[in-house]
Design a binder for this molecule. Structure first.
Ligand code: PLP
Length: 502
């Protein structure tokens, strides 16, 4: 064991990011040096060192601890093809989460670039404010053709968070215009992520992500998610647990007064916390409850949509008929920023009359170039039957990942389609998890670095219990599943040794 320990500790010290320097008064940058602009003007390529320095000097990365980059290099990505991308040093990586659960059709699709160029030449931009344009008109019809039959109207956004924000506002206004002005509250599920704007963050069920921005928008309430792995001691079977979880929605509506509750937001497969699935009976019961109390049901398919779960929308797989459906990411396979909110005609109906207006919109929402790219992307989906590829291979993907269950650190493998989480535990038998300090060591100091250094980009996350998540491009098959499994096995075995798990 001593040798193992020292091997693992050596790895940790090699991989550990530098300590954050003690806080000192910030110094303004002395000048606005522009080495990159100078190189550009001189017709020269910026060197990797120049890019590295300028990145550190000027960029503020999203959801990123910047302290490690005081002493270490920022990863700079330069190109991508299929399910791979390359960094500035020429190192190749397997894109195990489609970059951000987004590049569903895979990287490097020249025809999407051509569709963008063609659209830019035809109509570069026009807002969909009081006007329409062909790409938006065509795309609205196209996305509705894949959606549950009760949905018939599309409001475009530039991403998932904006679409959730929009859904809440639609719900509030709809009830105001229909004689139920008190209905404004929303229920969402514990640990679910719905975006970062004040409204979407208020919907989000992750306290640590919210605390720096409180007070947020009032009137959001959390109900339990369907984390079966953590509930199975208390229930006879998953159906019974799911029914219990669904009934908490009714309970919360009653606690808060049905006359004040407008909507319930739910991801059919919940990303945050690690790919929580639910049986169809859960969605059926939730639908019944929402109907009973006139509460709108919103499916947030920002990740689940566009084939990720093995059907075009996850709502189809789980026989869910939401009143609104949010989608983004895979709609363009991330080649352009775009989101969409689909809704029933009932919700749109009041806006057909008199002076009624929905005072809400975004400059770039439904951008013609993004819509043209989305249409071409969906052509690729159809021509290559990408959704069928997931449906045919999902059982094999699951089976391959489940091989990892022989490792002492792997407690659970769960998910659907090409969307899986591997939950890491201290003790398989008791399902004891890692505490915060251990989780920091496991995920941030060791695992994410080790997997990345071994050429695998995937998500290690502890917004719930520690998990590693996979959401590869929908193009891959058994050969790539095996490759993923092997790389994960290597990293997870060492992670187990780090904690002396047997
Ligand atoms: C379920 C869900 N909803 C909303 C969002 C926010 O989407 P965006 O970053 O496009 O605003 C995300 C982002 O990952 C998501 O996973």
């Amino acid at each position: 064991m001593a040798t193992k320990e020292s091997k693992a500790s050596k790895l940790i010290s090699a991989l550990k990011p530098g300590k954050a320097p003690a806080s000192k008064p910030a110094k303004a940058k002395a000048d606005h040096a522009t080495p990159l602009l100078d190189a550009r003007k001189a017709g020269q390529e910026a060197t990797p060192a120049m890019l590295q320095k300028a990145a550190k000097d000027n960029l503020f990365l999203h959801f990123t601890r910047h302290s490690p980059y005081q002493n270490a290099d920022m990863p700079i990505i330069t190109k991508a093809e299929g399910h791979h991308f390359w960094d500035i040093n020429g190192k190749k990586y397997f894109d195990g989460i489609s970059s951000l659960f987004s590049v569903n059709a895979g990287h490097g699709r020249a025809r999407l670039a051509e569709a963008a160029a063609k659209q830019m030449k035809q109509l570069d931009y026009f807002p969909i404010w009081s006007h329409a344009h062909k790409p938006a008109i065509e795309l609205a019809e196209r996305v509705l053709s894949y959606a549950p039959k009760n949905l018939s109207r599309v409001f475009f956004t530039t991403g998932g968070g904006e679409a959730n924000e929009t859904a809440w506002k639609i719900a509030k206004q709809y009830f105001k215009m229909n004689g139920k002005p008190l209905k404004h509250k929303v229920l969402t599920r514990a640990v679910a992520y719905h975006g970062t704007s004040h409204g979407a963050l208020s919907l989000t069920g992750i306290p640590s992500m919210k605390k720096m921005f409180e007070p947020l928008v009032p009137s959001t309430f959390r109900v339990p998610n369907t984390n079966w792995y953590r509930a199975q001691d208390d229930f006879e079977n998953e159906e019974a647990f799911a029914m219990w979880a669904a009934n908490r929605v009714e309970e919360m509506i009653l606690f808060e007064d049905p006359d004040t509750v407008a909507a319930f937001f739910i991801e059919p497969v919940q990303n945050s916390g690690g790919c929580f699935t639910s049986p169809k009976s859960y969605f059926k019961r939730v639908r019944e409850i929402c109907d009973k109390y006139d509460v709108l049901l919103v499916a947030d398919e920002t990740i689940d949509g566009f084939g990720r779960i093995g059907t075009m929308f996850a709502s189809e797989k789980y026989e869910l008929e939401p009143d609104m459906l949010v989608c983004a990411k895979g709609i363009t396979s991330a080649y352009q920023p775009l989101g969409a909110l689909m809704m029933t005609e009932k919700l749109f109906e009041p806006f057909k009359h008199g002076t009624n207006i929905f005072s809400h919109g975004y400059t770039f929402a439904g951008h013609p170039v993004a819509c043209a790219v989305a249409l071409e992307n969906l052509d690729i989906f159809d021509e290559e039957d990408l959704v069928g590829n997931v449906a045919r291979n999902e059982a094999a993907f699951k089976k391959t990942l489940e091989k990892l269950k022989d490792l002492p650190i792997v407690g659970d493998v769960r998910g659907a389609g090409y969307f899986y989480a591997i939950e890491l535990v201290r003790d398989k038998k008791t399902r004891e998890s890692f505490n915060d300090e251990e989780s920091e060591k496991l995920l941030r100091q060791f695992l994410s670095h080790h997997m990345y250094d071994n050429g695998l980009y995937c998500r290690s996350d502890d917004r719930g219990d520690p998990v590693v998540q996979l959401a590869p491009p929908l193009t891959i098959g058994q050969k790539e599943f095996d490759e993923l499994e092997q790389t994960l096995r290597h990293s997870l075995s060492l992670a187990g040794e780090l904690f002396e798990l047997m």
